[in-house]
Design a protein around this ligand. Sequence first.
Ligand SMILES: [Zn+2]
Length: 560
Amino acid sequence: MDVVSQPLSECFARTREVCEAAGATVVEVPTSRTNSLGLQIARGDNQWTLSVSCNWPLDGSLPAVHLDNNDELLAHVACHGWVCVKDSESLSIDFSRHADTVAETVLAAIHLLEKSLEDSKQGHAEFFNELEGYWSNRPEMLFGRTTVEVDERSRSVNCYADEDTDFSNLNFFEGSKPSHFPTKEARGYRAVYFALPEPVLPPGPNEDLQISYLENLQKEFDAEQQALWAELLGSTPKPERVALLVSMPRAVGGRSLIGFTFGVLEGCPDADTPIANLMIARHTVTHMRERGGANLSLGSRHIVVFGCGSVGSEVADALATSGVGKLTLVDPQSLSADNVFRHALGRFWIGTSKVHALQATLPARYPGIEVVAQPEDAYRWLLTNTTTEVDGFIVALGMPTLERQLSRAIRLSHPKTPVVYTWLEPLDLGGHAVAVTSSGQGCLDCLYRDDEGADSLSSRTSYLEPGQTLTRNLTGCASTFTPYGAIQSRRTALLAAEQMLKALSGSELPYYAYWTGDGSAAAAHGLRTTAWWRQAKTNGSVDVTRPMFGSACKQCRPKK
Ligand SMILES: [Zn+2]
């Protein structure tokens, strides 16, 4: 690609050409910024003075555009005047040509500035959507972090500054101190979270933050908030520092969050203590879930996972990272050294109950999830447990006989609930996830019939011809270890988790999902595969649900 730098004069000529074609007049003016074009641009009733950086090659970003006459609050213009051109939708830039890139970026900046001016005339809705961006670029910003949920309820919260940051970072929380917050010597501040019903404009780009701004905010407070404000100011006869979180509604939904710390004395803001802006990082559960792409509607869902081995532990992890709010994990076993390389848990947990270890690790990784550990046999749990609010079951036991028994028990105890049965084939053959509803036609037993519909001990989905003494052949009589790798178990677990999420969103059941591996390791061990495996391998992901399930079996047939 030709990325030759062109002189400022060529960048200017091209910029004028492009902007004039769009109805703007462009005059070159002096600028104090290095290797930049100074431009005076007018279009319609508006006029801007811009400095445009002409550095080349670009470092992964567009040429920087600075609004030199930045004296009002505009969406997409940072406090120090940089125009956020990347937010513009009308960009189609050929990055291999220097002068063209500069010219198109300037034109995009003009379009953006016009939209921002219009927004400012119409009540600043877009500016308030971007308030945190503007706020974060204000001068002399201090930093804060919070686990306080940004909702509509004003309240007192805990706040402290820590020695790690020379007491300049503030930490906000409710209840017990979050484990990832600094633990070094702390200085506590009285603090309040205020949720404003309407947004209030912050100080302009060239205005200092003053105590009068807080007094403006206070005018918006209702009676309850006024009481909190009085509490915050206190009545001590010597000056002390307090902190304030303020949220404002955004037109696009949610709330912006900004913060302050200032001095109080004898029940009034203290003009002699400097007031500071706080840029607040949200460590709240809702924010992390939203930003992380977790599905918030899954937060109220409860899934029971039977079996937390190599597949079940990975299913639990996948459901947790997808945003499922509650998991009940049922497995009587402890983690052994054999498990370590194909399990969601690591070496640290050898000898520990798998469900208790997952109860410790999953909430640490996925804030807000509730994990119930049940170190017992799946069938016994189902018979003795009275938990009725279950949105789905994962059965990952790898023991077909027990799974069929469970299938019948779930149909009795928890009707109309999605159940996903999942298991692995040995070595590199593949894996399965069968999603059914625990009522009506289509159950796990349906799959255990031969082509004539007679009962069979092996599943129609099986990839391996029956009667092969696999574990003994491969690893000796003493071991019941079935050989497969972490990739195989994870891939199968993801398939099962995906089937559960689809079932929760109302997709049609039953559904049979499968994947096939390469099979060369299985062939090298002399394993005989079924006709279905060979068909599945060429199938891709064709839906074979109907032929696999056939008509209702005697377990799921309507009783006469
Ligand atoms: Zn059936």
